[in-house]
Structure formats: structure tokens, C-alpha cells
Design a protein around this ligand. Structure first.
Ligand SMILES: [Zn+2]
Ligand SMILES: [Zn+2]
Length: 325
């Protein structure tokens, strides 16, 4: 590569924006031979750099929100009593257990998702988020609102009629014939968050798209619109988030409050999964002595390492709630 400033051979890239996803229309990545050239070129690079950093932050937060949502659904599975799962072509059919009179037998208690019934991670993710888009939108807002304050200009709760689903996840009792299932061209609507960053870039944040065969949490809006949206149904302000993730640095008072809740007699009954997760995120920030908002200044590799650490920490904490008290 040649130095963007002086055209000599160069290997250095800007650490602040390196690692951002590259999209059509981006200028070529700026390379530098040394820090002097980088400084000289900064006034040219700065607007691009800020735009790419914001984009990187959104992609990271989208990934984090999605991975934690999968974990949450995995260990607090309550929506369906699954008898078996069938995969025929692009149809992923959840066969729900029913009683003799064909009423469904929805579980009364939270349980671990029956992973042994699905053969791939993609199919498992598809079922984990099946019909969970409203919850997914609220979950996403906690992260977008809490971790991207200042970076996000507007966010909209967007509902649309979908097209081009590469997977059809559906749920039927065992007695429904396969022919009936594939001939049922039912109407599908989906809900996501449309995010406009302060740079003007617009993205779809969709953490529950796996049920339609789409696994990436963040997609540039124009691409998403072309590929996925048949027609818009509504676009409204999202539910306000509880803003807990907006705390700049871990806040001891807040943390103590959550510890107290968790020490109560039946913590899981009066704390929602989201509150439990936030409590773990606060605890992690205390443990690391660093707020999540400072993440965006970290180099790409460190940032990714910390993201994985945090997700494993929360997963571990979720699965062994007693041990961390
Ligand atoms: Zn140079
Ligand atoms: Zn840069």
C-alpha cells in the first residue's frame, strides 16, 4: 500500500476507525508511512474517521444486543412446548405439543431451550427469535439508547410487510399435514429499529431476523429496504428505554440496588431478564473499572476481546445466578 499523504510504501492504518465495516461508496482505506504523514492528512481523514467510528460502534452494539438476546431466550424459554422440529426445503416447522383436544401446552415455567431438537445453530437461532420481534425491538432500544447516546440521531420503531424470506419458520401442531403447512401463504409482518446516526448514515437493526433466514443484526438501510421490505406498515417512536445502560461509569448506588433485589427471596419473579442482564453489565463495568461508553475508543482487537468477555461473563452469570451473589 502507498501512503495517502506522501505516496511512499505504507503499512499503518488509522487505529480509530480500523475495523469498521466497509460499505459501498466509502473512500479507500487511508494508509500511512509514519505518524507525521498521518497528522498531516488528519484534516482530510477526520470526517471519514468519525463516520466510520460511529458505524463501528453501531455494528458492535447490534452484535452485542443480538448475542445477549439469544442467550436470554435460550435460558428463559417459555413460549412454546416443542415436540419436534422439521426442516423441509426452506420451511422450518416447529411442531408444538398439544393435548387430546388440540389445545397447546405452553410451558408454565421458564426452562432451557431444547437444543437437542435442532440440528444447526442457524435453525436454533431462528426458533429462539420466532415471533419475538416486538421483544427484540425493546431489547435493541436498551442498547441503542444506552450505549450509543450522542452517536444516534434518531431511532424509529419500524413495522413492515416482508418479502424474500430465505427461511419460513412456522409453528403447527403435529396433526397439521405438511401439505397444509406449505400451502398456507400466511401474511408476515416484522418489526425492527431504523437508526439514523449523527453522520447521516441510516441502518436497520434487526436482531430477530434469523426466523426469516437473516442473521446479521445491522444492515445499511438502502440494502435492507431493497431486499427485505415489501411495504411499510408503520414507523413510530420506539418505547423509551429504561436508560440504565446510559450510566457513564458504574454507579455504586445503582449496583447496590440491584444486588439487593437479587438477594430477595425470589429474585427471578420480580426481576425481568433484562433487569438481571443490566445488573450483570453494571457488575462487569465495576469489575473492569470501565464504562461501556469508553469502549469505542479502544483498538479493534481489544474491543472485540472485551465484547466476547462481557458476553461470556453475562452468559455465565445467567446460568449460575446463585454463585455470583
Ligand atoms: Zn507518508
Ligand atoms: Zn480513522
Amino acid at each position: 500500500m502507498e501512503c495517502t499523504a506522501c505516496k511512499k510504501p505504507a503499512t499503518l492504518v488509522c487505529g480509530d476507525c480500523n475495523g469498521s465495516s466497509i460499505l459501498e461508496g466509502d473512500p479507500p482505506i487511508a494508509y500511512y508511512c509514519n505518524s507525521v504523514c498521518q497528522e498531516t492528512h488528519w484534516t482530510h481523514h477526520e470526517p471519514t474517521c468519525r463516520r466510520l467510528q460511529d458505524r463501528k460502534a453501531l455494528y458492535m452494539v447490534g452484535e452485542m444486543a443480538q448475542r445477549l438476546f439469544y442467550i436470554h431466550r435460550d435460558i428463559t424459554w417459555k413460549s412454546l412446548d416443542i415436540g419436534k422440529v422439521e426442516k423441509v426445503g426452506n420451511n422450518l416447522i416447529i411442531r408444538e405439543r398439544t393435548t387430546d383436544d388440540a389445545t397447546t401446552t405452553s410451558p408454565k415455567k421458564y426452562r432451557i431451550f431444547p437444543s437437542h431438537l435442532v440440528s444447526t445453530k442457524e435453525d436454533k437461532d431462528a426458533i429462539l427469535v420466532f415471533k419475538a420481534c416486538v421483544e427484540g425491538v425493546r431489547w435493541t432500544m436498551e442498547f441503542v439508547d444506552g450505549m450509543l447516546e450522542g452517536i444516534v440521531r434518531t431511532s424509529t420503531h419500524f413495522v413492515y410487510k416482508a418479502k424474500n424470506d430465505s427461511l419460513r419458520t412456522r409453528c403447527y401442531p403435529l396433526s397439521t399435514s405438511f401439505l397444509e403447512i406449505i400451502n398456507n401463504m400466511d401474511y408476515i409482518s416484522h418489526e425492527i429499529i431504523k437508526v439514523t446516526l449523527r453522520s447521516g448514515e441510516v441502518f436497520a437493526v434487526d436482531i430477530t431476523g434469523a426466523q426469516y433466514g437473516y442473521h446479521e443484526p445491522v444492515t445499511p438501510w438502502t440494502k435492507y429496504e431493497q431486499e427485505r421490505i415489501f411495504c411499510a406498515i408503520s414507523a413510530v417512536d420506539p418505547y423509551p428505554s429504561s436508560k440504565l445502560l446510559q450510566i457513564d461509569d458504574y454507579n455504586l448506588q445503582e449496583l447496590n440496588y440491584f444486588y439487593k433485589l437479587a438477594e430477595g427471596p425470589k429474585p427471578h419473579i420480580f426481576m425481568t431478564a433484562l433487569a438481571i442482564m443490566k445488573w450483570h453489565i453494571l457488575g462487569w463495568q465495576k469489575h473492569e473499572n470501565m464504562s461501556l461508553k469508553k469502549w469505542w475508543a479502544l483498538p479493534e482487537e481489544t474491543l472485540r476481546m472485551k465484547l466476547n468477555d462481557l458476553i461470556h461473563f453475562i452468559e455465565w452469570s445467567f446460568r449460575s445466578p446463585i454463585e455470583i451473589l
